[in-house]
Design a protein around this ligand. Structure first.
Ligand SMILES: NC(=O)c1ccc[n+]([C@@H]2O[C@H](COP(=O)([O-])OP(=O)(O)OC[C@H]3O[C@@H](n4cnc5c(N)ncnc54)[C@H](OP(=O)(O)O)[C@@H]3O)[C@@H](O)[C@H]2O)c1
Length: 363
């Protein structure tokens, strides 16, 4: 490995610390606002969160464990990394790596070293304040084959995409406050849903199991690695307040005809102070969120793999005309052998770098 690459890697780690600091800031501001309904939390604005980046692989809430470099009332409008790779306030616009624009969104700033540009561009939208809708910012991710499958017919999905994309998923978990999967994924994969491949702590884990078909021995319910919610349908027997399933808390949301009301679920999560939610699969779960119009950013990583058949990725009700299909604004990132489409589904949300459709980076 050349010196240049080593230095560049250090810069990317420093950029990651800056991103963790922004996520911690959003988390603290949302909590301070009491979770917040529409127009409630002004996340990322002046407040009390620390600004130093976390560097331990399992540090509590990523950057939040480090000392604050700003006072509670001090504006928090620009950050850079210091010589040790820690996130600190930037004294001038010229030295800032990231800065808030007029809309309150975070942008890459001119002081960011070139080696950090791709990392900052990809993840800054996920550090954005949540929309003023009473819902969290929602990011969905799927890794799929060239022919659109996320697993073989037997459910084998280890691994559709390569190590860079797996690390990307862990980064998404670290930046978001919650990660959600469907019962099918827990049944087949028994995932941990932790951030073990990157610095930064995992947020709340949520499993959608309306029919309560999973058992409590699944790792997500028994390993105690993070706060965990079992999401069940409110049409069944109501769980007692504080009901547990293994180590998970049982929460109920309305489920007319067995379909969970995902807007009600997101409202519940936001009321708990969770301002950014990652929907990590599988295909049925991500499709339901998309169909409900509840995905802000859709990440689809396409691997150079042809399975021929298998578990589908996105599947929505049929539309007759191409003109009626979704055609979101997007950016493309190279991620090892895989290509990541980063799609912006909700135009109303601030926080984006321009979406021009270019291939912008190799991560
Ligand atoms: N490549 C990837 O990115 C990736 C990511 C994750 C998982 N996977 C793979 O994908 C497969 C699992 O995916 P999948 O699509 O079959 O299942 P899934 O999305 O993990 O789980 C679907 C199930 O979750 C429940 N559910 C989810 N949303 C719901 C809603 N809005 N209302 C009611 N119930 C809801 C339902 O449970 P009930 O059936 O009990 O009603 C539904 O059948 C596995 O093979 C896994 O390895 C791949």
């Amino acid at each position: 490995m050349s010196t240049t690459v080593i230095e560049a890697t250090g810069l990317v780690e420093a950029a990651w610390n800056v991103l963790l600091a922004l996520a911690a800031r959003r988390r603290a501001a949302t909590a301070a606002a009491g979770g917040a309904g529409p127009g409630g939390a002004d996340t990322g604005m002046p407040g009390a969160a620390g600004t130093s980046g976390g560097s331990g692989a399992s540090g509590a809430s990523g950057a939040s464990g480090a000392a604050s470099a700003t006072g509670p009332e001090e504006p928090f409008r620009a950050l850079r990394a210091d010589a040790d790779g820690r996130a600190v306030p930037a004294a001038s616009a010229a030295e800032a790596w990231v800065a808030r624009d007029a809309s309150g969104a975070w942008r890459r700033a001119p002081g960011a070293p070139a080696a950090t540009a791709d990392t900052l561009d990809l993840y800054l939208p996920i550090c954005a304040p949540p929309p003023r809708t009473g819902l969290p910012l929602t990011v969905a991710h799927l890794g799929q084959s060239l022919d659109g499958f996320i697993a073989t017919g037997t459910g084998d999905s280890y691994y559709v995409t390569g190590p860079s994309n797996v690390r990307h998923m862990h980064r998404l978990r670290a930046l978001c406050d919650a990660v959600i999967v469907g019962a099918g994924t827990v049944e087949r994969d028994d995932p941990q849903l932790t951030t073990r491949h990157v610095p930064g702590a995992c947020g709340t884990r949520g499993v959608l199991d309306p029919r309560r078909r999973l058992d409590a021995h699944r790792r997500v319910f028994s390993d105690g690695a993070a706060e965990t919610l079992l999401v069940v349908g409110a049409d069944g027997p109501a769980p007692a307040a504080g009901a547990r399933f293994g180590q998970a808390e049982v929460v109920a949301v309305p489920a007319p005809q067995g379909t969970l009301d995902l807007r009600a679920l997101l409202t519940l999560l936001r009321a708990r102070g969770l301002a950014a939610v990652l929907v990590e699969g599988g295909g049925v779960t991500v499709s339901r969120f998309l169909e409900a119009g509840l995905v802000d950013r859709l990440h689809v990583a396409i691997a150079p793999l042809i399975t021929g058949a298998g578990r589908p990725g996105l599947a929505l009700p049929a539309r007759e005309r191409i003109a009626d299909c979704l055609r979101p604004a997007y950016r493309v990132f190279r991620m090892g052998e895989d290509v990541l489409y980063d799609c912006a589904l909700q135009e109303t949300h601030a926080g984006d770098a321009p979406l021009d459709g270019d291939v912008v980076s190799v991560l």
